[in-house]
Design a protein around this ligand. Structure first.
Ligand SMILES: [Zn+2]
Ligand SMILES: [Zn+2]
Length: 238
């Protein structure tokens, strides 16, 4: 795969992103709206979460409604190969529940009377509220939250539910525990793969739904990731 322009770093000029110590009011160079943020590129370009992830969100929805695959890793990597999906970014918070819903549904998982498109749309709306950088700033990686969103949707959890309330919080915790063990810096690819691995095992044990997986999960996004842990990452291959 060729390195695409601006697949990482600033989408406008390609300069590295800089995280400042404090938040300040910044104007998005794409939509012109002002938001509180602490991240812009070295040249001062700030792009809001919505403008950063919007084209990628459309790619995710289209692929998960089209695929017949029961392999969430294969679906995820097909989506990640698209130039609209950045190396890191909040679109991954939607990618996890969307890919899981598709693989689960294709493997015979039940979603009640709703259509897959309806459930995926709810996942998109919820995941869109999970901000970029939540892993480091809130201590709660968005890939794990995505797994929680998925579990909430298939279990019918609400804030007032009993069993399913506990279940979806426990699932997020399981994913976070594994993700935390890997240590930083964050990698949206690694953390998605880890959350998918937890969920594949979970669905087999608790829902009797068997998702497929590749013989070995090999990350081919290393070339885009200046922060790659390389040999420390379980998906790294020289
Ligand atoms: Zn820039
Ligand atoms: Zn914007």
């Amino acid at each position: 795969m060729q390195r695409q322009d601006h697949k990482f770093d600033c989408l406008i000029c390609g300069s590295p992103l800089v995280y400042k110590d404090g938040e300040e009011q910044m104007k998005c160079v794409i939509c012109g709206n002002t938001f509180s943020s602490n991240c812009a590129c070295e040249q001062g370009h700030y792009i809001c979460d919505k403008c950063h992830s919007q084209p990628g969100m459309v790619v995710i929805t289209a692929e998960v409604l089209r695929t017949q695959s029961k392999d969430p890793f294969a679906i995820a990597m097909k989506i990640m190969d698209d130039p609209h999906i950045h190396m890191h970014g909040p679109e991954h918070h939607y990618l996890v529940p969307a890919v899981l819903l598709a693989a689960y549904y294709n493997a015979g998982g039940r979603i009640g009377e709703r259509t897959l498109a309806d459930v995926v749309e709810v996942a998109r709306l919820r995941a869109s509220q999970v901000p970029g950088g939540i892993c480091g700033f809130w201590g709660c990686c968005g890939a794990a939250v995505g797994a929680g969103i998925f579990t909430s949707l298939i279990s019918g959890a609400t804030p007032l539910a009993e069993e399913s309330w506990g279940e979806c919080n426990a699932v997020t915790a399981k994913c976070l525990e594994l993700i935390a063990k890997g240590g930083g810096p964050r990698c949206c690819k690694r953390d998605c793969f880890l959350a998918l691995a937890v969920m594949r095992k979970y669905l087999a044990e608790h829902y009797d739904v068997q998702l497929e997986k590749p013989e070995r999960i090999v990350c081919h996004y290393v070339q885009y990731n200046r922060d790659c842990q390389e040999k420390k990452c379980p998906f790294y291959q020289v």
